[in-house]
Design a protein around this ligand. Structure first.
Ligand code: C5P
Length: 422
């Protein structure tokens, strides 16, 4: 964590509230100033004294504490990050609806700092469509979410809904603070995407065969998520359309999708307003033509699966590309040699009317699907070429975004020259 970040730690009334004491201790140990805000129900699970012995700031619980007339605006403005762990269904519902009935909900509405929620509740509550819809809305607004894990819940039940591991929460905190810190122009990070709207896709799509089976691929979403984080840290206004269950820095708007059809709907509508679209997702090329709504059974014999093509999202984007929009595609290849990869990638660039294609050999050691590292070849429509040897995916993302920024400023310069000549 950077130099003494200021964190408001919201604690709601769920059994996982006891874990927030340990979380508070570890945040403080990591160098943060922590101001806990407990909901009324949180007191049923955790004593105020416990948190106040561990935090650097006073524990607050009420909007009506006579010491401070407007604690929520002061806290909201003070915070570099608002972290809510555990976040209950009630808190999530109130925040999504914009309600403020207590100090924590008022602080969430009064802050401009990034917000990270760590939901924890019983499986039935977590999977309820109302809770899932609220979560989808909050993700689209750029709220960071550390997904609950699966395990033992209160009362002995087992299932999804358990507060994420503290290590995972702490990782999400540092990624968010780094991205937001760079976004605020600290750490000397270039803000060369300020004011630009980017749509970035990530992960592999899953095409259902029946309610439990799907056709998928090995994409982890790491490269697309790294691109989104890099773009956000450079001031870009980023929407990430992803199939991957990976933590995302708060501030990046997230739309979770599963199939090529869902990704198509999300991307085509978002692209209308975008300056840059980066299709890093591994979208299925084929899907089962007639998925069945009951589980296929062994006793019914081996099914014959008929496939149909999925919509080619990138080609559709190329056809309707708005004036000045920059379109970046990926080409995952299994070539015989580098010449074949270049050839295939350039063909894709022309066929789909791309401005830039990022090609990688998915069979090369350490590169492509699932790895933390990648090696790519960037080819642009103007004949430019840049090879990035094996390095981590965030570094690959940096070079891709550098190239996008260079192409955008070249276009800006060309338009200026043209304007002067007229
Ligand atoms: O032609 P190919 O599928 O190899 O092209 C890969 C590129 O096209 C990637 O950028 C991928 O995100 C995109 N794609 C797409 N829709 C599809 C298949 C691929 O947008 N149905």
């Amino acid at each position: 964590m950077g130099n003494q970040p200021r964190i408001v730690l919201g604690v709601c009334g769920g059994i996982a509230a006891y874990k927030s004491a340990e979380l508070c201790r570890r945040l403080v140990e990591g160098g943060a100033s922590v101001a806990p805000v407990m909901t009324e129900d949180a007191h049923r699970f955790l004593g105020e004294v416990t948190l106040s012995a561990l935090a650097t700031e006073a524990v607050r619980t009420s909007l009506w504490d006579e010491r401070e007339p407007i604690p929520h605006t002061r806290l909201g403005q003070w915070a570099d990050l608002v972290l809510v762990a555990p976040a209950t269904a009630r808190l999530i519902g109130a925040y999504a609806a914009g309600l403020s009935h207590d100090l924590l909900t008022a602080t969430l509405l009064a802050t401009r700092a990034p917000v990270v929620l760590c939901p924890a509740m019983h499986t039935e509550m977590w999977e309820h469509p109302a809770v899932q819809d609220n979560m989808a809305l909050l993700r689209q607004r750029g709220v960071g979410v550390v997904e609950p894990g699966t395990g033992r819940l209160a009362g002995g039940d087992v299932g999804p809904g358990r507060l994420a591991d503290l290590d995972e929460i702490l990782r999400a905190v540092s990624v968010t603070l780094e991205t937001a810190g760079a976004g605020a122009g600290r750490d000397g990070a270039a803000q060369d995407l300020a004011g630009q709207r980017l749509v970035i896709t990530a992960g592999g799509t899953r095409e259902p065969l029946d309610p439990v089976r799907f056709l998928g691929n090995r994409s982890s979403g790491k490269q697309g998520h790294a691109l989104a984080e890099e773009a956000a840290s450079r001031g870009g206004n980023v929407t990430l359309v992803t199939t991957a269950d990976r933590p995302v820095a708060a501030g990046i708007r997230v739309m979770k999708v599963e199939t090529a059809g869902e990704m198509e709907r999300a991307v085509l509508s978002l692209a209308e307003e975008a300056d840059v679209v980066v299709m890093a997702a591994a979208v299925a090329d084929f899907r089962p033509k007639a998925p069945v709504d009951r589980k296929l059974k062994r006793a019914d014999g081996v099914p014959e699966i008929v496939l149909e093509p999925t919509p080619d999202i990138l080609a559709a984007l190329g056809e309707r590309k708005g004036h000045g929009q920059l379109l970046v595609g990926f080409a995952a290849e299994t070539p015989e040699g580098s010449d074949e990869m270049r050839h295939e990638a350039l063909a894709k660039l022309r066929r789909k009317r791309l401005d830039l294609v990022v090609a990688n050999d998915v069979l090369a050691p350490g590169a492509g699907f699932g790895h933390d590292t990648n090696a790519v070849l960037l080819l642009d429509a103007g004949g430019g070429e840049r090879a990035v040897p094996l390095t981590d995916k965030r570094e690959v993302a940096r070079v891709v975004i550098d190239t996008v920024v260079e192409m955008m400023s070249r276009r800006g310069r060309d338009a200026e020259t043209k304007g002067r000549q007229q």
